[in-house]
Design a protein. Sequence first.
Length: 418
Amino acid sequence: MLSPPSAPPNPTRTALTVLGLCLLLNLIGRGTADSYVVFLLPLEQDLGWSRSQMTGVYSVYLLVNGLTAPLVGFLFDRIGPRLVYGFGMAALGLSYLLAAQVQSVFQFYATVGASTGFAVAALGMVPSSSMIARWFRERLSTAISVAFAGLGLGALLIVPGAQYLIGHYGWREAYHIIGIVLLCLVPPILALPWKTFLAGHPEYRDVRKATTASGEEWTVGRAMRSRNFWGLVWVFAFTSVGMYSVTVQIVVYLVEQGFPALLAATAFGTASMLSVFGIVGTGTIADRLGPRRTVTVTYVGSIIGILFLFAISWYPVQGLLLGYIIAFGLCQGARGPIISSMSTRMFAGNHVASIYGVIYACNAFGAGLGAFLGGVLHDLTGSYRPGFIFSVCILIIAGLPFWLLPSMRDFHLPRGQV
């Protein structure tokens, strides 16, 4: 059992410290994992493995990351953030330290694939959402969106650094250096005042005491018997299917339409960069206008972006490409912080991380299924157009709970705190 947390001396300052820490841990975890994109080619050239074997490593990472999210949530609720974050950082560092010595495909799948997937889950949004919900009420969506932005910032900041290390020292030494740096971060993480961070804002502690005393506390089992739980699962899963059925194939599609490979890759990267601004912006807007209207706007934006891609199949011009970058990029990932904030408020209590972990896992399943179905539709038809139509239809279906479930349609975050 966790010992009683100590009360924070300055709630506002502590809240901002917790938010910054969650942003940093998300940035490190996701950015390190995404650095695999610059390791792929030198690994292939040096070890002679096939492209399918190499890309399969990233698929394993995504799958394990989603499958272990419920376990991470359970561990967070049971043993607290110190051990979860500390173990996650240690596992990530050891994974990359061992990756420097790999000789077989299996070893690579085990280190950079499976072990990294669990480590990133332990450093990611499941524990972060629970931590942030203890400190923010009025601007909860905004706060969670800031932490979510770390997922995009990680790729922008860490991937170029990994490329620099590979260029100067080779891929094995690059893995070795990254592993050592990550392991050096473990002691500072363990030394942080986690009891203070875990205490939560005074208002949060009062609400938590009242909920516990009433006997109405949410558990995973009780949450799974509610419509709100399955509504959030529906949104997360179908959104991932719709987005990933397109996202995985965008660069190849643009090249096939006649755009230079560098331009196609730049367009994809720019859209990913814009997602950082979109994530933070939608979180702020959701706190003012409510989740339903904000989410609806993001779905419209994603669909418009896909329609720009659809139009490119007839008119491959840079104007349409720019339309895709802006519309699709700003709305990419924008639903994540809203779903996270709704989950932490709807199912507040001692098991909030466990519950959100199960919901978050559906995001990974949807991403894998969407990527698979997008490829199948292309193989069956020889065209990307059916995949674009499929994606638009799925995204329309994904947003239905915000219009059909009264509790989600009328949901508003409480006001009156940091």
